[in-house]
Design a protein around this ligand. Structure first.
Ligand code: G6P
Length: 608
């Protein structure tokens, strides 16, 4: 991932590709590159870092080419570098491919292609595509692409060109967006229409398993069974571009809305439904050791710590391990007895948080097995751990973490399921968890479709100066994370508390000016939660409740209620946190705060 732009026409391609890449910068990326064909030669320019560096590097390049493909990359497989940047090419350097998405079976394909003599240059999953096309190429690029995508598992939006075939660009979509832009005797492709806004407002949206072939005299669209399709051209007006830029005022809001996809990406290709178990390729090298551990310690910071806190409950529920969750900054100073039967799991979005890094270095010294859940590929934590699982959630730009939190919870569940199935978890329990996981994206979409109502409620609460958030069991971490979201971005004091502890202190804060957010799903803790809410009401406290059932027990004592869909208790926090993210966002926005860059906070904290 991250952004694609292609041009096929009669104007100089490079300025168009660069302009398109610049319009994709908002998505976040770490390197960029393009491929243009000039007199049958495939010219490739790549740069680590900003598009402006790519622009500098292209100076001096003869720019007569009028067709090419370009990409901004955000590392998933292989660290950010020029070699790993796209386009990726075949052995002969004639076929260029840019790709968004993940090729799940790339290792298998790479091995097969290497055995046939292909030489790989990068660490990317993408590079298997040009080699596969080269293997299948017999003078007809379209046929070769069709044959090749048949072999790919995973998600992709790809664009392909061949230096020997003048003015032909082929794009294919499965899972990752790619669209065709129609101009006057010129054709474009891009991963989002915002990249095409300066050039055309006529777009064709491909569906999954469709391909488009662009040349200077036109374009045609087929499905992967090689049948021609008639597709409608959509004419966008300026406001629609805004929507496609996602219409979101802030990265945080965009990332909240990306959660159906990021949650799905966390479990995609990692479930074996027929066996009621998960499959985590990243843990395979240590699976035998993992089967023998008796203790797991989760270490992390900030939002990742709250994911770890919930991880403790998830692992406790699904495995027989002893579990501890520790703040990384505390863990490293403790006198813990660690040995080879202990695993230490670091959770980190950035993969660079200094406290987490220091904690796992300490654990390594003592011989523990080091595991990681990391979003950013190739980072320090990913490198130092013995094994781990990537989130594949795409870049998170907003300082307040949202989509990574829910993604981390999915991966924790997958890990616990994997270990639990070697222990006491039955096939049917495993299947129930898998069913619930695959239902989450749709349920998140349902919550997001009510964002307007959540905004209305948030506005009612935007003037208060302090909040209490309470929850029990699985939703105690939800209360902590919900409160963290509010304080991080709105600068309103918010305290997250396990509801049972309220009577030992925070209840003294309750009055009509100090509202409580109560996370009260219908689980074994509901009656106790309702008692705590009664205690708040008795002291004139306002209550906003988050629940998954329209029971009068909750509705009757709440001033406002947000009802979310119901799932199994261990996954319910993934749904419960979404309205709390939105609640914090809308309050901060109403108060005019700098949401994506809140004061005093950094996205990646590399100091202890
Ligand atoms: C910073 C960020 C938080 C994040 C925490 C841990 O404080 O502002 O959003 O949760 O670091 O970061 P990590 O990258 O290790 O998950």
């Amino acid at each position: 991932m991250c952004g694609i732009i292609c041009y096929c026409g009669h104007k100089q391609a490079v300025p168009i590709l660069i302009e398109g890449l610049k319009r994709l910068e908002y998505r976040g990326y770490d390197s960029a590159g393009f491929s243009i064909v000039d007199k049958g030669k495939n010219k490739i320019v790549k740069a680590k870092g900003r598009v402006s560096r790519l622009e500098e590097k292209k100076i001096g390049l003869a720019m007569n080419s009028t067709f090419g493909i370009a990409h901004t990359r955000w590392a998933t497989h292989g660290k950010p570098s020029e070699i790993n940047a796209h386009p990726q090419t075949d052995c002969a350097n004639k076929i260029s491919v840019v790709h968004n998405g993940i090729i799940e079976n790339y290792l298998e394909l790479k091995k097969e292609l290497e055995e046939k003599g292909h030489r790989f240059k990068s660490e990317t999953d993408t590079e298997v595509i040009p080699h596969l096309i080269e293997e299948n190429f017999d003078g007809d690029l379209e046929v070769a692409v069709l044959k090749s995508v048949e072999r790919l598992r995973g998600t992709f939006g790809i664009a392909v060109l061949h230096a020997d075939i003048d003015h032909q660009i082929i794009i294919v979509k499965r899972g990752s967006p790619i669209i065709v832009g129609v101009g006057k005797n010129e054709y474009f492709a891009a991963s989002d229409s915002n990249a095409l806004a300066p050039f055309t407002n006529k777009m064709i949206y491909l569906s999954d398993d469709e391909m488009a072939v662009l040349n200077t005299s036109g374009y045609y669209i087929k499905n992967l069974k090689n049948e021609l399709l008639e597709k409608k051209i959509e004419v966008l007006d300026a406001s629609e571009y805004k929507i496609d830029k996602r219409g979101f005022e802030h990265y945080m809001l965009k990332e909240i809305f990306e959660q159906p996809e990021s949650v799905q990406n966390a479990y995609r290709g990692r479930l074996i439904e027929s066996e009621g178990v998960s499959k985590l390729g990243g843990l395979e090298p240590v699976i035998n050791r993992l089967k023998n551990i008796n203790k797991l310690i989760i270490v992390s910071c900030g939002t990742s710590y709250y994911a770890g806190l919930l991880g403790r409950y998830i692992f406790e529920n699904l495995t027989e391990l002893n579990i501890e969750t520790e703040l990384a900054s505390e863990f490293r100073y403790r006198r813990l007895k660690l040995d080879e039967n202990v695993a230490v799991l670091a959770i980190s979005q950035s993969g660079e948080t200094a406290d987490t890094l220091a904690a796992i270095k300490e654990a390594k010294r003592k011989g523990a097995l080091l595991l990681g859940i990391v979003n950013t590929v190739g980072t320090s934590i990913a490198q130092i751990t013995d094994a781990g699982v990537y989130n594949h959630a795409g870049p998170e730009i907003g300082v307040a973490s949202t989509k990574i939190y829910t993604s981390q919870l999915v991966i924790l569940t997958l890990m616990a399921l994997l270990i639990g199935r070697y222990q006491h978890i039955s096939f049917s329990e495993g299947s129930e968890i898998i069913n619930a996981l695959t239902g989450l994206p749709g349920q998140i979409r349902e919550i997001l479709s009510n964002a307007k109502d959540i905004k209305e409620i948030a506005l009612k609460y935007s003037k208060y100066r302090g909040f209490l958030y309470i929850g029990r069991l699985y939703n105690y971490p939800t209360a902590m994370e919900g409160a963290l979201k509010l304080k991080e971005i709105s600068y309103i004091h918010a305290e997250g508390y396990p509801a049972g502890e309220m009577k030992h202190g925070p209840i003294s804060l309750i009055d009509k000016n100090f509202p409580t957010v109560a996370i009260a799903p219908d689980d074994l803790t509901l009656d106790k939660m309702v008692s705590n809410m009664q205690e708040i009401k008795a002291r004139n406290g306002k209550i906003l409740s988050i629940t998954n059932s329209a029971t009068q027990k909750v509705l009757g004592i709440s001033d406002d209620t947000i009802i979310v869909p119901k799932t199994i208790p261990i996954l319910q926090p993934i749904l419960n946190i979404i309205p709390l993210q939105l609640f914090a966002y809308y309050i901060a926005n109403e108060r005019g705060c700098d949401i994506d860059k809140p004061r005093n906070l950094a996205k990646s904290v590399t100091v202890e």
